[in-house]
Design a protein around this ligand. Structure first.
Ligand SMILES: Nc1ncnc2c1ncn2[C@@H]1O[C@H](COP(=O)(O)OP(=O)(O)OP(=O)(O)O)[C@@H](O)[C@H]1O
Ligand SMILES: [Mg+2]
Length: 511
């Protein structure tokens, strides 16, 4: 009893069984008052499942939850919120065609004396909430117009608006840049000072080391152990997570770079980007760097036929092409792993197998030009092996996979189209360290086979570890195209990304 009183929350011996999957095999989590407690582990380790048992989305198959010294059963999210437990979810699912303020206060809007929604008050409440998280947006703006990063900040605003005793953050930083992450860390600090506890889930171990008071590690549904701040280092955390040491994070091999395959000249989509020019050569990885909102994703969308082009030329193998739809892009040998996978990638209800083969049905044709399931499954099995996708079978609905494994399914889909030029937007977001280096190895192999890769990433170490050349953008313009070499520093890239240096405008000579 005395033991329990130290903790705000004790989850004891939690078991969670899904049909065909043992997600949690009897794990513990003890959270102190006012601490940041990180939960780490590989994709599919059971992190989200564990916190979903706490927020009432799942019921544990067995085990006990003690909150503020009392054993509790949490039947649904409303009950959890009532008790003071709120959560920022890993998969963002805002109501797109509602405003920011409606999304935050949905179902608990402030009312006036007539019992009607008090829009003025809701607006003001939202304004001050947004100010707390330093998000400069109009509360009346439709959520559909926001970038992924801003939607994530919005989720954070919503979670803290409940004044909870414990806030669960399931990969809150996966779409944020360093500046927003700093803001989030400030918020976490303030929550802590008010005595709020935080459960923080992340694959970014540098962040975990920076922010945590304690870290608990899980592997394959088992609890591995807990470490106190100051008593662990990142290599130790990695070996606890994956059960082995990892050395080579960026296994990029040098390969022969040949002719130009893609030329983009003065590409312009007013309102998004202007006069963007760069080339991509056979066997080359071109990194696209810049801050959120620089226009990188928009450029790739335009090339892939998903965005209006007002001006400029795209050439593939020297010939000008007009790509008016993703289908046309596929026919030209392009593939695009999008950034916002929930909205534009995954078909959650469909099986793993259908999600993989959906863009490559031609390859699955058998006798009499009918789809051969046998053929399809053998392709899919190969990808499951190659990418180490954790799923009980090819028939599992994708929505039942862990976040990182959903991501791998999409990578498999695009690899299966056998593209010659592959566009990857934040390819390792939400991917654990072990699989991350596997995906990097795969990208390196692809260019080794003579393909080309354009990789948008907000992670500078990833950009610098993998790219041959780096296109840096700032506010819709290309500010620099730099050869990646050993002397290149993150600081130099940041100068271009923040617009302080511009190769093409010679701004730097003026200042
Ligand atoms: N609703 C569900 N039905 C069936 N299986 C599920 C369901 N939810 C999760 N699982 C399975 O439980 C295991 C743990 O998944 P979970 O989402 O908790 O992993 P995670 O540690 O959060 O991984 P990630 O880092 O990829 O987000 C996985 O094998 C997953 O496929
Ligand atoms: Mg998860």
């Amino acid at each position: 009893m005395a033991e329990e009183e130290k903790y705000l929350l004790s989850m004891k011996n939690i078991v969670k069984q899904f049909p065909g999957v043992m997600a949690l095999r009897g794990v513990d989590l003890n959270v102190r008052y006012g601490e940041v407690h990180s939960v780490i582990g590989e994709n599919g380790a059971g992190k989200s499942t564990l916190v979903k048992c706490l927020i009432g989305i799942h019921q544990p198959t067995s085990g006990e939850i003690v909150f503020e010294g009392e054993p509790v059963v949490i039947k649904n999210t409303a009950e959890a919120l009532e008790m003071g437990i709120s959560m920022i979810h890993q998969e963002l699912s805002p109501v797109e065609h509602r405003s920011i303020m409606e999304n935050i206060w949905l179902g608990r809007e402030p009312k006036n004396k007539f019992g009607l929604i008090d829009h003025r008050k809701m607006y003001d409440m939202t304004k001050s909430l947004l100010k707390r998280i330093e998000l400069d947006e109009d509360p009346a703006k439709e959520v559909a117009e926001l970038t992924v990063a801003k939607i994530q900040m919005l989720e954070i605003a919503k979670a803290i608006s409940y004044n909870a005793k414990i806030v669960i953050m399931d990969e809150p930083t996966s779409s944020l840049t360093s500046r927003e992450i700093e803001t989030l860390f400030d918020i976490i600090q303030k929550l802590k000072e008010n005595g709020t506890s935080i459960i923080f889930i992340s694959h970014k171990l540098e962040e975990v080391a920076e922010i945590s008071d304690r870290v608990s590690v899980y592997r394959d549904g088992n609890y591995v152990g807990t470490r106190e701040a100051g008593h662990f280092d990142i290599p130790e955390l990695i070996s606890l997570m994956v059960g082995r040491e990892l050395t080579d994070l960026f296994p990029k091999e040098s390969c022969e770079i040949a002719d130009v395959v893609l030329e983009v000249e003065n590409l312009t989509s007013y309102g998004a980007f202007e006069d963007v020019s760069f080339t991509v050569r056979k066997g080359e990885i071109v990194g696209m760097s810049g801050l959120i909102g620089a226009g990188r994703t928009e450029v790739v969308e335009a090339i892939f036929g998903l965005r209006r082009i007002d001006k400029g030329v795209i050439k593939i193998n020297g010939k000008p092409v007009t790509i008016s739809s993703p289908v046309a892009a596929l026919e030209h040998g392009l593939a695009f792993l999008t950034e916002n996978r929930r909205l534009t990638g995954i078909f959650p209800m469909l099986s793993v197998s259908n999600n993989v083969v959906i863009s490559s049905l031609k390859q699955c044709l058998g006798k009499m030009n009918l789809i051969s399931h046998k053929k399809a499954y053998s392709f899919v099995d190969e990808f499951i092996d190659m990418l180490d996708i954790k799923t009980p079978s090819v028939h599992q609905s994708v929505e039942n996979l862990s976040g990182g494994n959903q991501q791998k399914v999409l990578i498999a889909r695009w690899l299966m189209t056998q593209p010659t030029i592959l566009f990857l937007d934040e390819p390792t977001r939400g991917i654990d360290v072990g699989s991350k280096s596997e995906i990097h190895r795969l990208i390196s192999d692809l260019v080794g086979e003579g393909k080309s890769v354009v990789m948008v990433s907000s992670e500078l170490p990833e950009i610098m570890g993998m790219s041959d050349r780096i296109v840096v953008m700032h506010e819709g313009h290309v500010t620099g195209i730099v050869e990646n070499h050993e002397d290149l520093t993150q600081d130099e890239l940041m100068l271009y990304a923040t617009g302080q240096k511009d190769q093409f405008n010679k701004l730097d000579e003026v200042s």
